[in-house]
Design a protein around this ligand. Structure first.
Ligand SMILES: Cc1cc2nc3c(=O)[nH]c(=O)nc-3n(C[C@H](O)[C@H](O)[C@H](O)COP(=O)(O)OP(=O)(O)OC[C@H]3O[C@@H](n4cnc5c(N)ncnc54)[C@H](O)[C@@H]3O)c2cc1C
Length: 534
């Protein structure tokens, strides 16, 4: 799911007076270079989870759908899909108070999100998740709820994260495959199968390059560039920009989400597909963006995948934060440390017992396996994490030693600093009060029993989460905040939902949002209204 980030980020330095390259629109493609014109009801640029969800719904509503994709195949990553109160949650007795949830979301987003858009997602995620669950059932794909959400009091994460799991009777895709599709791959395969079943097409290696408007200002077509030339795809009912985020274009990141240039590792795959093409095309068509800087998703995937809650030290061997926090906070804190690339978690040989005992009052991603199901307790003997740590020891991503001094030497941090930091931490643990960072006393465990361990972990840039101002039907808004007729956004081309940072209060809300908003845009384009949605 997460590959250890090995790809270097790009860099970009805007000199004073720099004119951003996209501020100059390209010349229209000459008519004589367009080798064919194809008509459809809905044309979608981007075969990621949002574009495919949108295409699936539009095709089911009777539309002729064309999805244009720049890459050689469809794109998926990750397993988590956030929704509030689906039928699978109900069957497990999970009911989220959506009013509290939205209040928490708004607080986590620093009050910079568009509250109406948050409600649009929260209110409709149940219906859309149930739609995916029902389709999954018909293809032999089950659905579970993720159990690895943070259970502590202050950085509340809600148990609304769904994981699709292909069963042995799964009928999607290649019947000879050894491993059944799961997570967002399963969702994308369901959408593709449905699009094709309803006569739609997905055309690979065909990047969308420009939009066309008619004389009334309505966006009517997308020009795509295939290997043999340009084709015009007319979208009678609408055109959707679902081309993902801007993270693969360092110039755009410098302009709109500059913190995204800081992580030294990048985990987006396939690399460099997310160059903000849809953002640029929509901008040239008069679309406007939310205020910057845009939110980003920066997760702890660059080295070892576990941090737990034990003592964190930077490369100078000094403590720097309350370790009882969520993944975005940990990632962002490391960016502000010396070196800005990685930190260490230091713990002793009682660690398995400690994590097992304390998971019910803590947990969350990077304490727990990335795929762990609701109600399944953290058990070192069965969850593979102790084996993962052994693997990290062999790979140089973890260190083990009989003394703290020896550990510091292996880590390459100043021995004197680490010894002092561990001593101070143990004193605070003994006193039952974290006078330095205010960590809950239950999580302040002294580090005394060798052998001692250090895990190396650090932030990787996944994607940006910002973009167009949209209305509640995902119509892109112009400078007067009026919808541009015919032009929609879905997934990471939209802005307004997050404000400052990716809010992990619901793991997988990114995929949840992609599917929900893709569904809403399709409904609007195909039926002319969204009266059956909340
Ligand atoms: C490693 C990793 C793991 C993740 N795990 C999770 C998770 O578990 N849960 C979660 O909610 N989120 C997760 N995310 C975030 C999530 O994957 C994205 O936010 C989400 O996929 C965005 O969907 P999208 O459809 O907007 O864009 P994308 O999935 O990026 O799809 C956009 C598509 O458009 C194509 N494209 C680009 N330009 C053009 C063009 N000009 N013409 C045609 N096609 C074009 C791209 O090739 C791509 O196929 C993860 C991200 C990463 C990097």
């Amino acid at each position: 799911m997460y590959r250890i980030g090995s790809i270097q980020n790009g860099s970009f330095e805007a000199k004073p007076g720099h004119k951003w390259s996209w501020e100059t629109p390209p010349a229209p493609i000459p008519e004589n270079e367009i080798i064919e014109t194809i008509e459809a009801d809905v044309v979608i640029a981007g075969a990621g989870i949002s574009g495919l969800a949108c295409g699936c719904r539009a095709a089911q509503l009777g539309g002729k759908v064309v999805v244009l994709e720049k890459y050689t195949t469809f794109v998926h990553r990750g397993a988590h899909m956030g929704a509030i109160n689906s039928k699978v949650m109900e069957a497990k007795g999970i009911k989220i108070d959506k009013y509290q949830f939205v209040r928490d979301w708004i607080r986590a987003c620093g009050n910079r999100c568009d509250e109406k858009l948050v409600w649009r997602y929260v209110n409709n995620s149940e219906k859309v998740m149930n739609w995916v669950i029902d389709m999954g059932e018909s293809y032999g794909v089950g659905c579970e709820i993720f159990g690895g959400y943070y259970k502590g009091p202050d950085y509340t994460e809600y148990p609304g994260t769904h994981i699709l799991v292909g069963r042995p009777d799964c009928t999607l895709g290649n019947p000879d495959r050894k491993k059944m599709p799961a997570g967002s791959q399963a969702a994308c395969e369901i959408f593709i199968t449905e699009i094709k079943k309803h006569g739609g097409e997905i055309i690979y290696r065909s990047p969308a390059v420009q939009l066309e408007k008619d004389e009334t200002g309505r966006v009517i077509a997308v020009i795509a560039k295939a290997e043999d030339g340009y084709r015009r795809y007319i979208g009678r009912k609408g055109v959707v920009l679902a081309t993902g985020d801007i993270g693969g274009d360092p110039e755009m990141v410098a302009a709109y989400a500059p913190i995204g240039l800081k992580p030294k590792r990048n985990a987006y795959n396939p690399p460099k597909m997310n160059t903000g093409d849809g953002h640029k095309m929509g901008y040239w068509a008069g679309g406007t963006f939310e205020d910057g800087p845009w939110p980003t998703t920066i997760h702890l995937t660059a080295y070892a995948l576990y941090t737990f809650f034990f003592l964190f030290v930077n490369i100078e061997g000094n403590r720097f934060m309350n370790e009882d926090n969520w993944i975005q906070a940990k990632s962002l804190n490391v960016l502000r440390q010396p070196g800005g690339e990685f930190a260490y978690t230091v713990f002793d040989s009682d660690w398995v017992d400690a994590v097992e005992r304390l998971s019910p009052i803590g947990g969350g991603q990077f304490w727990e396996p990335l795929v762990t199901f609701y109600g399944v307790p953290w058990k070192g003997e069965s969850n593979g994490i102790p084996q993962a740590i052994e693997h990290y020891l062999n790979k140089g991503l973890a260190f083990k030693a009989d003394t703290i001094e020896e550990l510091a030497e292996k880590m390459g941090v100043p021995v004197e600093n680490l010894t002092k930091t561990v001593g101070r931490y143990n004193d605070l643990a003994d006193q039952g009060e974290d006078k330095d960072y205010g960590k809950r006393p239950e999580l302040m465990l002294p580090i005394r029993k060798g052998p001692f361990y250090a895990l190396k972990w650090g932030p990787a840039f996944l994607n940006t989460d910002g973009g167009f101002n949209v209305d509640m039907d995902l119509n892109i808004l112009d400078a007067d905040r009026k919808p541009i007729p015919g032009l929609y956004a879905a997934g990471n081309t939209i802005g307004g939902l997050y404000g400052v940072d990716y809010p992990v209060i619901l793991n997988g809300n990114s995929h949840g949002k992609c599917m929900t908003f893709g569904y809403i845009a399709a409904t609007k384009m195909m039926t002319g209204n969204t009266d059956d949605l909340i």
